[in-house]
Design a binder for this molecule. Structure first.
Ligand SMILES: [Zn+2]
Length: 260
């Protein structure tokens, strides 16, 4: 039998909790660590759709990127979305664990996967922690390429038909900073590293203006697309590590933002 604790311990080795931002809550968030984790589902976020899929397909454990619960709770009732999700999952014995910012920053985490997928060289964290790991990534392109070409590379990597970007499409991009999800606050670090482009999952309008004024191009595939692929890859990693466990990436999860 593979316990919830065994799966969580393996995930902690991939995404050490000390890499998490101090405001974050990572690790086992819901459930009994001694129970069997014979069926494991990965997803980006626990939503009514992904929670229902986990219950319907009798998952023992959800490995979600975004924590549930995230903020401290004073009550768990059916009056709130978070309360309803927790009541449904707990009554069906579905445990929940999350590695969020630890997985963003880990050696084989989301930002590293994006950097390698794009083919960056000399990849380093944007903000280094003491042990050489850290937040975000940046690196050089093997050859400078026009922004329009780099945009096409990112679309291809993340299988996107459309993508938002900021900057002159003919600008020669030499080095790229990366911050998956919502990471506007990393723009200063990108500037500090001398990057002339940055991939952010999403950015506020004023961050777009600030980047444009600073001569830093932005590529914005969307919060969902910048992270969801890594939870699909993580399902494969877990299946390889625990051959007796049935692991799948949620099939009902969708980006709530539609593009017309
Ligand atoms: Zn995110």
């Amino acid at each position: 039998m593979t316990t919830v604790a065994a799966v969580v311990a393996f995930l902690e080795s991939l995404a050490p909790p000390h890499l998490a931002e101090q405001w974050d809550n990572v690790g086992l968030l819901v459930g009994d660590q001694h129970r069997d984790a014979g069926r494991v589902m990965t997803c980006l976020t626990v939503t009514p759709a992904t929670a229902a899929e986990a219950v319907r397909r009798r998952a023992d454990l959800i490995v979600t990127h975004h924590p549930l619960p995230f903020r401290p709770l004073k009550r768990v009732t059916s009056e709130t979305t978070v309360g309803r999700l927790l009541l449904d999952l707990i009554s069906s014995h579905v445990a929940v664990c999350s590695f969020h910012t630890a997985f963003d920053s880990a050696r084989s985490g989301i930002n590293q996967r994006l950097a390698e997928g794009i083919g960056l060289e000399g990849i380093v964290p944007l903000i280094a922690a003491e042990d050489g790991e850290g937040t975000g990534r940046c690196g050089r392109l093997a050859e400078p390429m026009p922004l329009a070409t780099l945009v096409a590379v990112v679309k291809d990597l993340l299988c996107l038909a459309r993508i938002q970007w900021v900057g002159d499409s003919a600008a020669a991009i030499r080095s790229l900073a990366i911050g998956c999800g919502a990471a506007d606050e990393l723009l200063d670090a990108a500037r500090h590293h001398g990057c002339n482009a940055m991939l952010l999952g999403e950015a506020r309008f004023h961050t777009c203006l600030e980047a444009e004024a600073a001569g830093i191009a932005l590529i914005l595939p969307g919060h969902f697309a910048s992270e969801r692929f890594a939870l699909e890859q993580l399902a494969g990693v877990l299946a390889g590590q625990f051959p007796g466990v049935e692991v799948w990436a949620s099939e009902d999860e969708r980006d709530p933002i539609q593009v017309g």
